[in-house]
Structures are given as structure tokens and as C-alpha cells.
Design a protein around this ligand. Sequence first.
Ligand code: MN
Length: 345
Amino acid sequence: MKLKAFQSYLRKEKIGLAILTDQDVNITYFTKVKPSFSYLFISPRSANLYLTKLDKKPKFKEITVKILDKDWKNKLNKNVKKIGLNYSSITMAYSKKLKKLFPKAKFVDISKQLMELRSTKTNEERKCITKACQITDFAFQELIKELPKKRLKTEQEVADFLERKIKSRGGELAFPTIVAMGKNAAVPHHLTSQQILKRGFLLLDFGAKYDYYCADMSRVLFLGTPNKEEIKMYNLLLEAQKGAIKQIEENKSFIELDKFARKQLGKYSSYFIHSLGHGLGLDIHEKPSYLKESNYKIKYGQAFTVEPGIYFPGKFGLRIEDTVIFDGKVNVLTKSNKELIKVKI
Ligand SMILES: [Mn+2]
């Protein structure tokens, strides 16, 4: 992805070399591969991916592949004065090693620049996120067909089913699937358990990952027949979610969008205990953020979620979430039905 843009940043900041280490997801960002072990060295003019002999050697136009042989360190240019490291990924151990390897260099943090680059997506990234969302929709659709057959008995079995369907379409998991029955859903990050399915709201928060890119979606089903109060709460949340999506426009701040959703919930807004969403891409949580302190505005190419929720401890929890991408207008990429689906039990 935006390798050239990153290199011009290095040039501008007079950073002779940026080093990304081992499990840094930014290696995948620039190379579109995920080696079992690697370093990526990027200078203003070149980029070298160092691999062990254990991985398949990828072919690139703009990146040279080198092998971590016995004397790879001796072949490095040690005269570089300023080296950029990703402080939010590198371990202390690697940082120490590199400081020893380049004793004359000054080290600076490049984490912010990497986050900013990734906060708006290229067309290629957009395609991967779109595909991840399609696989997510597919798994949900299959679940809707499966649930009335009453073969799935527990939260865990529902999660396993969704995950199997994701994998059957070439996807991986963007994060561990949350399946929360009844009062379990009052904990937004409930750990899927052996809880037996029964009458009540069933919350699903899950997503596929395709070509390293994440989708994120939450839906709530009702097992059995909901009462008036339950339908009212669900529809209140649904209107807030749809309303917030309609408010998306260029240069509006994410804080404002968050505030709008809260206002829609009226007296129930105190039960909305997290922010309205998050950016996503290679990571399930990345920039842009809805948080006050980061003060992001809606820009072309951003991919993010819109996910208001209300949580009543000891009773139930609701969250409706879509993944969207902004390209002058809002595109909702997760297309699964949001009306309250009732499943006979
Ligand atoms: Mn989410």
C-alpha cells in the first residue's frame, strides 16, 4: 500500500531508514504478505524485506527480498543517522538489538505516521474489507437458516457455526466471535460460553478477515416472542443506528456523530457505555477513532463501524453494528437485515 507516500515522509523528516520488526502488522500493510518472521527496512529510496529460509519468497516490484543469513547484519549500511521505529509495535528486546546494531543513529517514533497512512484506505484495501463483509453477511444468513432447526444448543455452538461458515468462504476470523444470550449481552465484551440458548435476545458480534482485512458486524436476534418493551428498546436502538449512519458526511467530526447517536437514545443514553465505533482495516481497531482527544473528522477512504449499544445489567444488552466506508458518501458494507429477527424456539 502507500509505500511511496511513506517514503516521501521519511525524506521530509530526514529519516534515513525505518525498521519494522517481526509481527508488526505494517509489514503486511506494505508487502501484502505475512511471513512467519521478517524485518522490513524502508529507506526513502528502497525497501528490503528480510526473511528466513522457512517462508516462500514473494515477488515484488518495489521491494527487494533478502535472506537472514549469517552475515546479513554485516552488509547493512551503519552510517544512517536517523532511524524510525514503530514504538507501538516494537518490543524492548528488538529495540535494544537495533540500537546496538546502529550505535551512531538517533531513533525516532514513526507510529503516528503509520497509523495516519492506514486511516484512509486505498481501493485495493477497500476491496478486501468489502469481501470480508460479504463473507460475514453470508455466515449470518446461514445462521438464520440454521437456528430454527434447533441443532445449535449453546452460545459456543452458535459461534462455532458462524466461524465454520466464514472459513468455508476463505475467510479467517477478525476477532473471537461474541455470542451472548440474554443477560450475558449486558457485558459488551462477553466471553462466549456454554450458556444454553433460551428465550430472549441473542447478541452476535463477529467478523471475517479476508486477505488480512477485517469486517465487524453485530446483530441481535430474538429467540421466542419479544414483549412490547423488548420490541420498543430494540427499535429505539435501531433508529439511533440508522440515524447516525444518515448523519455521516465529509468533515463532520466523529465526536459529533457519537453525540447524535446518544441524543437519539434519550433517557437511555446512560446505558450506552462505549463510543459509537472505531476505524478498522488490518487491525480490528485502528484509526480513525471516535474519542474526544483524537478529534478525527470524516474523510474520504476511511473505514469504520457504527455501533450504538444499550446494556441493562442483569437483564439484557443490545448492539447493532455495521462496517461502513466513506467515499464522498457512506457505503454500508455489511448488508445483513437489521429488523428484529424472531426465531421460534
Ligand atoms: Mn466493533
